[in-house]
Design a protein around this ligand. Structure first.
Ligand code: ATP
Ligand code: MG
Length: 352
């Protein structure tokens, strides 16, 4: 549905050229929710604005729904952009117009007859749950309601694609959830292709099918959300994920005392990640039964990504070195990811 091929974007600024996008190629399938995550300044907004040619790439080609956007002139682009709705972090509503007028605006721009506008706006306001707010002004709405107006306006001309640039970044966590749910519902109902730009892994995890991590103008890593989430390859990806999954040591341990080899009083800490079926297998009870080691569970949580269970455990193990080695072999033979955190000493009141 969307094809970006070797996109490069250089801005001319007073301080010299800014190489915002270096060489990015991406393919986004029809009806999927595709997330693009990156730090501030990574080039996310630039990239998404290259999709509808609000920014013209310095190099590369953009193809949307079979049409080569980069080969179009301004009037062809205006027509092609009807196919692409967009919503923004700060909503960009007309403050002197009512909710109704805001949603009607893109329809007026393409000379839609008045009665058709009325029917369409009514339908859209119902879709986003604002049927009773038609005559209100943006200043009378909450942030979440403003973004609902933004979504209704973006959908006015029946686009096939919805671009969301930090659409929930100005909202509190609960409102964020409701807007993400609305985007998800719209994607399912209208089979829209959705591109979600964010700096929050939670947003990616909540609604995206695929994700591309962009860093300093290039793609660091991309793939299915489940794969990237459970098996990140690049440090920047790990950093985004670590915000959600605590990679800290459990309470009672001091990172300064972490060592690669055992020392008196230390135990071996392991982080186990279970995905899908293996989340249900009794690995820990077998570990305890079959090997002569002491095993304690220090931290655990269970989550899911697109309905696939995904659990993390931090366990502490102590015992003789050969037994620990055998236990590790057993864990590594199971369908789970085993990360050795290291040897560390427990500090709690009973030992002081
Ligand atoms: N119009 C412009 N002129 C010059 N430089 C620009 C322009 N727009 C963006 N840049 C620069 O391009 C780089 C990428 O900016 P961009 O806005 O795409 O990043 P971003 O990932 O969306 O960041 P944020 O998360 O802060 O929105 C930055 O270094 C930025 O300063
Ligand atoms: Mg941006």
């Amino acid at each position: 549905m969307i094809d970006l091929s070797h996109i490069e974007k250089i801005y001319d600024s007073a301080a010299g050229p800014v190489h915002a996008i270096k060489d990015i190629s991406l393919h986004i399938n029809e009806s999927e929710i595709f997330g693009i995550i990156g730090l501030s300044g990574a080039g996310k907004s630039t990239l998404v604005r290259c999709i509808n040619l609000l920014e013209r790439p310095t190099k590369g080609t953009v193809t949307v729904d079979g049409q080569k956007m980069t080969a179009m002139n301004e009037s062809e682009l205006r027509k092609a952009r009807k196919n692409i709705g967009m919503i923004f972090q700060h909503f960009n509503l007309l403050s002197t117009a009512t909710v109704y007028e805001n949603v009607a605006f893109p329809l007026q721009l393409v000379n839609t007859p008045k009665d058709e506008i009325k029917a369409r706006v009514t339908e859209l306001l119902e879709l986003v749950g604002l049927a009773d707010k038609a005559e209100q002004y943006p200043s009378q709405l909450s942030g979440g309601q403003k973004q609902r107006v933004g979504i209704a306006r973006a959908l006015a001309n029946n686009p096939k694609i919805l671009l969301c640039d930090e659409a929930t970044s100005a909202l509190d966590p609960q409102t964020t959830k409701s807007i993400l749910q609305l985007i998800k519902d719209i994607n399912a109902k209208l089979k829209l292709t959705v591109v979600v730009i964010t700096h929050e892994m939670q947003v990616i995890k909540d609604i995206c099918d695929k994700v591309a991590v962009i860093h300093e103008g290039v793609i660091a890593e991309q793939g299915r959300v489940l794969d990237v989430f459970t098996n990140p390859q690049q440090p920047i990806t790990k950093e985004f994920i670590s915000v959600l999954l605590s990679n800290d040591l459990p309470a009672g341990f001091d990172r300064n005392e972490l060592s690669d080899s055992p020392y008196p009083g230390s135990i071996l800490l392991l982080r186990l990640t279970f995905i899908g079926e293996s989340a249900n297998e009794p690995v820990i009870s077998r570990l305890i039964k079959n090997y002569n080691t002491n095993v304690g569970i220090l931290f655990g949580n269970l989550d899911d990504i697109k309905g696939v269970p995904f659990g993390r455990l931090v366990i502490g193990m102590d015992g003789e070195a050969p037994e620990i080695a055998k236990a590790l072999d057993y864990l590594n033979s199971q369908k789970l990811k085993v990360e050795v955190i290291g040897y560390v000493r427990r500090h709690d009141s009973t030992h002081q």
